[in-house]
Structure formats: structure tokens, C-alpha cells
Write a new protein. Structure first.
Ligand code: ADP
Ligand code: MG
Length: 240
């Protein structure tokens, strides 16, 4: 589903991603951890070409992301992205936030888009907030709306960039629960997070990044019990 081969990325002279090799199969949940500034967001953003790579090959759902002939909008329709800040439209009701892209981008009839929106709001547990405005919702509820909005596009891949980092602690669980359910249902997911419990429990693989490199990649049991690399051990000793 996602395949990085010897990918580099520079911001001007700054070498932010160094020889990234990463392969994500359909239905896999890959959790990316690492210190701030290590390139996690940049790597995620390369997947839907919010950032362009400067060397190597990146293939997503069969399409070469850095090939000029690739229709990037078509690729992006298969990729949902959830950010730390939910980026909901404040002047639109919850349900309108969710139906907007399916109607505008996919040309789904409004009534059908509303049905789909209600289905996903139900799924994330806040169907009763459909007619509310984002600022009437808690942070956890807003993030669940953002996830429902992503899902309403029926993506093949969901990317999460620190989806719980901006939340009050008591709201982290409800968002992770939604993500856990998605993972169980077989969604292909790449999740950048500092929630080590989530990584341990839900990830098929954990990736540790430091200074633009993938330093270590392992199944969660091995990653947490017996990390191979010194840098990983240092990181884990700080966060666990
Ligand atoms: P992480 O998500 O792991 O915290 P980022 O991918 O956001 O790391 O950033 C990696 C490095 O790239 C940081 O040093 C950051 O300052 C730098 N960086 C991020 N975005 C840009 C940009 N648009 N231009 C220049 N440098 C950037
Ligand atoms: Mg980041």
C-alpha cells in the first residue's frame, strides 16, 4: 500500500529525511515514534505529497508519488489524514464538515453524503452532535468528527499525525478507542503518536525515527521489551 525506497527529503540545505525505506501492507497498522524534530510529520506528509521527496521512490496504492504523470488528486482521495489540530470549519455544523468533501470532490448527492456522514458519526460515537458547531464540542469530540470526516471519503489509508497531542488527558482515551476499532476492522494506518500504550497494543510494527532516519523497526513486543539500538533505548527510557 505504501512503499518508500531510499527516500530522501531536503528543506533547502537541510537534510530532513535520510534514506527512508518503509513498506506498509494493506491492513497493517504502523506506529511511528521518535523525538520532536526527527522527521515524523515530514515522512507522513510525503505520502500524500503535501511535501515532495528529493530522492528515491515512493509508491502509494500502486502510484508513483513523485511521477509527474501521476494524478495526485486521485491518489489523495484514497488517503485520509488526521492532524493534531482538528482543522474543522468553525462556521459549519458537524455534519456539514463531513459532507463537504464527498459532495464537492466526489460528487456524491447531498442526501447520500448525509447518510454516510451519520453512519460515521455513529461509528465514532457522536451522532447526537451532528447539528452542533465545532466550538460546542470538546476537543475529543472534535477530533472524532475529524476522523469521521476522513472516513466519509472511504479512504484506503488513514494517516494520523499526533491526533491526541492537543487533547486534555481525559479525552485521549476516547480518540484512541476509535482508532483501535478502525485498526481492528482492517484499515491500513500510519500513526505518529507519543502514546506508547497504543503502540504496544495496536501496532503491527513500531518505527523509531531519529534525526531523519528510521533507526529501528520491530514488532511491538520486541520493540518495547528488547530494543536493539542504543538510541531507541535512550528514547524509551525518557518516554516510558
Ligand atoms: P517531527 O514531526 O518528528 O517533530 P518534522 O517532520 O515536523 O518532525 O520536522 C523535522 C525537521 O524539519 C525539524 O527540524 C523541522 O524544524 C524541519 N522542518 C519541518 N518543516 C519544515 C519546513 N517547511 N521548512 C524547513 N524546515 C522544516
Ligand atoms: Mg510532527
Amino acid at each position: 500500500m505504501i512503499d518508500f525506497q531510499q527516500v530522501d527529503k531536503h528543506y533547502g540545505h537541510f537534510h530532513v529525511l535520510k534514506n527512508i525505506n518503509l513498506h506498509v501492507e494493506e491492513g497493517e497498522v504502523v506506529v511511528v515514534v521518535g523525538p520532536s524534530g526527527s522527521g515524523k510529520s515530514t515522512m507522513l506528509r510525503c505520502i500524500n505529497r503535501l511535501e515532495t521527496i528529493t530522492r528515491g521512490q515512493l509508491t502509494v496504492n500502486g502510484a508513483a508519488i513523485n511521477d509527474k504523470k501521476t494524478d495526485i488528486n486521485k491518489v489523495r482521495r484514497d488517503i485520509g489524514m488526521v492532524f493534531q489540530h482538528f482543522n474543522l470549519y468553525p462556521h459549519k455544523k458537524v455534519i456539514e464538515n463531513i459532507t463537504l468533501a464527498p459532495v464537492k470532490v466526489l460528487g456524491v448527492p447531498k442526501a447520500e453524503a448525509e447518510q454516510t456522514a451519520m453512519y460515521y458519526l455513529e461509528k465514532v460515537g457522536i451522532a447526537d452532535k451532528a447539528k452542533a458547531y465545532p466550538n460546542q464540542l470538546s476537543g475529543g469530540q472534535q477530533q472524532r468528527v475529524a476522523i469521521a470526516r476522513g472516513l466519509a471519503m472511504k479512504p484506503k489509508i488513514m494517516l494520523f499525525d499526533e491526533p491526541t497531542s492537543a487533547l486534555d488527558p481525559e479525552m485521549v482515551g476516547e480518540v484512541l478507542d476509535v482508532m483501535r476499532t478502525l485498526a481492528k476492522e482492517g484499515m491500513t494506518m500510519v500513526v505518529v503518536t507519543h502514546e506508547m500504550g497504543f503502540a504496544r497494543e495496536v501496532a503491527d510494527r513500531v518505527i523509531f525515527m531519529d534525526q531523519g532516519q528510521i533507526v529501528e523497526e520491530a514488532a511491538p513486543e520486541q520493540f518495547f521489551a528488547s530494543p536493539r539500538e542504543e538510541r531507541t533505548r535512550t528514547f524509551l527510557s525518557r518516554v516510558l
